[in-house]
Design a protein around this ligand. Sequence first.
Ligand SMILES: [Zn+2]
Length: 82
Amino acid sequence: MALEEIEEHSDGTYCVRRITGSSSTKPYRCPGCDQMIPMATPHLVAWLEHDVETRRHWHTPCWKSRSKRHQKIERTRNAPKY
Ligand SMILES: [Zn+2]
């Protein structure tokens, strides 16, 4: 099951897909730390919503720290109104 989430970052809106270890069949280089993500490691794939060319595989913690640096804004559809 592929679970995609939309995240808004200061540089654009990203689609984020979480990859489970079992569906990770080859190693990728993480742009966050420039290290390899070994096979069978749960990680995530993120790309700009309208530009698949920006698709990159990230270690989950690297993506999270990137989000912090860029002040991630969660898009919440069912936010309670006060
Ligand atoms: Zn990394």
